[in-house]
Design a protein around this ligand. Sequence first.
Ligand SMILES: N[C@@H](CCC(=O)N[C@@H](CS)C(=O)NCC(=O)O)C(=O)O
Length: 87
Amino acid sequence: MTDIIIYTKDWCSYCHGAKQLLTKLGLNFQEVDVTHDQAQFATMVKQAAGRSTVPQILIDGVGIGGYTELVQLVRNNTFPVKPAAVG
Ligand SMILES: N[C@@H](CCC(=O)N[C@@H](CS)C(=O)NCC(=O)O)C(=O)O
């Protein structure tokens, strides 16, 4: 099974957009809200190769970027996960 994690902040419109798109694709994901959590935010930055904007999306621990990158991958039909593979 594939693990999708999305780091978010509660006021972030890109985060809402990314979650909406993942849901529309039928993909389950774990949301980690870092709005008030500096420790989790630091973990996010580390896992996302230094990127500090939200959202950050990780697939099996590998950062794919944020909303813009997600949209691009979906448009190109190169998003690496199909709904059936996500647990
Ligand atoms: N291109 C990025 C833009 C993300 C972005 O600008 N996110 C804002 C919040 S909606 C952010 O993190 N700003 C920097 C900050 O708050 O420190 C994406 O598509 O994910």
